[in-house]
Design a protein around this ligand. Structure first.
Ligand SMILES: Cc1cc2nc3c(=O)[nH]c(=O)nc-3n(C[C@H](O)[C@H](O)[C@H](O)COP(=O)(O)OP(=O)(O)OC[C@H]3O[C@@H](n4cnc5c(N)ncnc54)[C@H](O)[C@@H]3O)c2cc1C
Length: 463
């Protein structure tokens, strides 16, 4: 016999939108754990905002905990569903409603995948600048809810900077519609910000208006080698000034990570020799392919002459660009080398990054269960990713690694999460980068918007 909650959901939404029992076992909670079947009371697949509202109203009346699923690419445990939870997956709300090339906006439903947004913008000769490795799977609702960052934050900002309007549904089913296309709106509180980066704890994002920019006419990249972190920082300032605001990416890759990216099972061939300590993958997007490439080349020559950089390779074709960026974006080849992996995305003031990571690596090297330390990052915005490969997944080892990586952050004014969010994995460490007063205000907000605590309970903060 079905639970009254499930009966009511089926009656109001239809059985095709409410999966139960065997039907949900083909589903999963993360793209990297597809072999582990989803365990939940039910999985709801709304097709409209109204469906989301109906589902929430019913769940709210039963005090039913809900776990929201988007593309399931988050790296903080947020979509690891508990057996007593109902999943609401936004995958069927997947239409691009409008690309408005005059307002330079795109209106999307929550289940649209990032790459589809990029392609739709491109068709109108516009650019949706957000870009990261999971672009083929991550969905706009999840992206907004995690305030995703990625490879071009330095120039275009995080997701937050690209959201103009939002439609979201509150825990009790109330629809908040603010789907505006305007950039400036100081008419009282900016409510959309509540749903951006709050990881589904304050509402379910159903639709959004995103900002587009003019499509740059040129794209150039170079891969550059260093042995000294201070020179990396010098080079960042030098190139940013020299490229006059056209710099769009500055990715730093540490030696072990570069080896992981370019050694079997990774199929990407190396761009430069593998014996430098650091590598930077640089991108500029401007207005004239030839002129901009020559500009980058002359800056690289100047940096070589002044011994700021040790070696460099400039992408000379579209296929070179694909080669350079596939190496950086595809983390699978090196993640697959880890028996168990732990992911970090910390933020630090840029000049501190080199010495802090050196120290972290020294401490990790003392732990025999640690086999890999892959370090890379969107370093122009102070963001470093670490993927730590371990021989086992014990809680003790996980805590030990967390302590080593998180302990320097508080004193340096860093963050335990530059972009992936808090989820469940980082919840115990939130206090390292947020004050007691800030956390109290977050709890007050949660209590005001979801007093029964049914949306993504146990994620981000506890109430
Ligand atoms: C290979 C790879 C590379 C990555 N690179 C980056 C990177 O460079 N930068 C970066 O920021 N992240 C990166 N990520 C992390 C991840 O892709 C982002 O966090 C992404 O924004 C999550 O989107 P999703 O649709 O997969 O959301 P999910 O993983 O499904 O969900 C993420 C969170 O949002 C909630 N949620 C989902 N949909 C909604 C909704 N409609 N309304 C309210 N809440 C919702 C979920 O409950 C969960 O708390 C990467 C991940 C992978 C696997």
């Amino acid at each position: 016999m079905r639970l009254p909650l499930i009966e009511e959901l089926v009656q109001n939404l239809g059985s095709d939108k409410v999966l139960t029992g065997e039907e949900i076992k083909v589903r999963y909670t993360h793209i990297w754990k597809m072999a582990e079947p989803l365990k939940a009371l039910a999985c709801i697949l709304p097709k409209t905002t109204e469906d989301v509202s109906t589902a929430l109203k019913i769940c709210h009346s039963y005090d039913q905990p809900i776990n929201i699923h988007g593309g399931l690419t988050n790296l903080v445990g947020s979509t690891e569903t508990l057996e007593n939870e109902v999943v609401i997956s936004l995958e069927k709300l997947n239409n691009i409603e409008e690309v408005d090339d005059k307002s330079r906006t795109i209106t999307v439903q929550a289940g649209v995948v990032l790459e589809a947004v990029q392609n739709a913008a491109k068709e109108k000769d516009l650019l949706f600048p957000l870009n990261f490795g999971a672009k083929g799977t991550a969905m706009m609702g999840g992206i907004i809810s995690t305030n995703a960052g990625g490879l071009r934050v330095f120039r275009y900002g995080m997701t937050r900077n690209l959201v103009l309007g939002i439609e979201a549904v509150l825990a009790d089913g109330t629809v908040i519609n603010s789907l505006k296309k305007i950039i400036k709106d100081n008419s009282a509180y900016d409510l959309k910000q509540l749903f951006i980066g709050s990881e589904g704890t304050l509402g379910i994002v159903t639709r959004a208006v995103m900002k587009l920019v003019e499509n740059p006419k040129s794209r150039n990249s170079a891969f550059v080698a260093f042995n000294d972190f201070d020179r990396v920082v010098d080079f960042l300032k030098f190139m940013d000034a020299g490229l006059a605001s056209t710099m769009s990416g500055f990715e730093l890759i540490w030696n072990e990570c570069y080896r992981g990216m370019t050694t079997l099972p990774a199929l990407t061939k190396p761009i430069l020799p593998k014996d430098y300590k650091y590598y930077v993958l640089l991108e500029s997007m401007g207005s004239d392919q030839e002129e901009d490439r020559n500009k980058m080349l002359s800056l690289l020559e100047e940096a070589t002459t002044s011994e700021m950089i040790l070696d460099a390779s400039l992408a000379m074709s579209e296929s070179d660009l694909t080669w350079f960026w596939t190496m950086r974006e595809d983390v699978h080849p090196f993640v697959s080398q880890c028996k168990f992996d732990q992911h970090f995305d910390i933020s630090l003031p840029i000049p501190q990054i080199g010495p802090v990571i050196d120290n972290i690596i020294i401490q990790l090297d003392k732990i025999k269960e640690i086999e890999h330390k892959f370090v890379f990052g969107h370093v122009a915005d102070g963001n470093v990713h670490l993927i730590i490969g371990k021989t086992n997944d014990s809680q003790e080892l996980t805590n030990k690694v967390n302590d080593i990586i998180y302990s320097p952050l508080s004193e340096l004014g860093g963050s335990v999460s530059a972009e992936h969010g808090i989820g469940t994995h980082k919840k115990p460490y939130l206090k390292l980068c947020r004050t007691q007063e800030e956390i109290k205000l977050m709890k007050n907000l949660k209590m005001a918007m979801d007093p029964k605590g049914i949306l993504n309970p146990g994620r981000v903060i506890d109430i």
